[in-house]
Design a protein around this ligand. Structure first.
Ligand SMILES: NC(=O)c1ccc[n+]([C@@H]2O[C@H](COP(=O)([O-])OP(=O)(O)OC[C@H]3O[C@@H](n4cnc5c(N)ncnc54)[C@H](OP(=O)(O)O)[C@@H]3O)[C@@H](O)[C@H]2O)c1
Length: 260
């Protein structure tokens, strides 16, 4: 039986990964800050699917959080076959007016914690010549996004980092996949203060199940990245290839900027 460790497993896309993987007979290790939600999910997965479900309550913003998670996994006597770096958040608005600490925390969680967890778990996978890492990026990572500037930049990092590791690890039996969802049902927009109407403008917000199923299919095909959701998401990520960058970024500023 294989084991997946999922960060940000207490809600949204992370909780859905846990549900779908457990249904497929995978043991899960659930990581986030909300202990009660994690324990409830773990209990329900154990009862429904007769799998092992462990909980590690961890704020990934804490110093040495990845080392703490790695040690907790060792203490549980587990070996991780699939690491899903999913925990993350955004923050909508003009950069200069937004809370400074929230911007720094976003970089810490979306980038530094993901890099550190990858660095903790990847070597054993390479040694075993098996295992997968799935990093949740975003369609926001394909172009700069005024009024969502730090978030889009963190996801550009995740996309670039993951694709580079995919090429480094591919011939050693380990797959690293960048998952790039578009607007997806979760608490994301609320946490980001993002106007939901804006998020779904011209396109549907898809259920988290769509992201999870398409990501797992892409992993089976050993892809380096996958843009989940409908055709409109493909349009967004490909726009950057055809338009001059300044035209693109000005256009995005018009769409995402405050309306007069
Ligand atoms: N929803 C979308 O439209 C969308 C689109 C593209 C990409 N994404 C990406 O998808 C990923 C999952 O987001 P979601 O949409 O499922 O949003 P969500 O429902 O808000 O879930 C975020 C998860 O991250 C966890 N988290 C937040 N801060 C944390 C911290 N300091 N330490 C540990 N865990 C923390 C939260 O758990 P606790 O609060 O319990 O810690 C929660 O489980 C994120 O990386 C997001 O950027 C989302």
């Amino acid at each position: 039986m294989s084991t997946a460790l999922i960060t940000g497993a207490s809600s949204g896309i992370g909780a859905t990964f846990a549900q779908v993987l457990a249904q497929r007979g995978t043991n899960v290790v659930l990581v986030a800050r909300s202990e009660e939600k994690l324990q409830q999910l773990a209990q329900s997965l154990r009862e429904q699917y007769a799998i092992r479900a462990d909980v590690i309550v961890q704020d990934l913003l804490k110093p040495e959080a990845a080392t703490t998670v790695y040690s907790a996994v060792q203490a549980l006597g587990l070996s991780i076959d699939l690491l899903i770096n999913n925990a993350g958040f955004g923050d909508y608005g003009k950069f200069s007016t937004r809370d400074r600490q929230k911007q720094l925390d976003m970089v810490q969680l979306n980038i530094a914690a993901l890099v550190d967890l990858t660095h903790q778990f990847l070597p054993a996978m390479l040694e075993r010549r098996s295992g997968s890492i799935l990093n949740i990026a975003s369609i926001a990572g394909f172009q700069p996004m005024p009024y969502f500037s730090v978030y889009a930049a963190t996801k550009a990092f995740v996309l670039s980092f993951s694709e580079a590791l995919w090429a480094e690890s591919q011939d050693q039996g380990v797959c690293v996949l960048a998952v790039c969802p578009g607007p997806t049902e979760s608490q994301f927009f609320e946490v980001a203060d993002f106007p939901t109407a804006l998020a779904s403008e011209g396109q549907g917000i898809v259920p988290a199940e769509t992201v999870v199923k398409e990501a797992l299919q892409a992993l089976e095909r050993q892809q380096s990245n996958v843009v989940t959701g409908g055709l409109s998401n493909q349009f967004v990520v490909n726009a950057a290839r055809f338009l001059p960058r300044s035209t693109l970024v000005k256009g995005i500023a018009k769409v995402f900027g405050p309306k007069a």
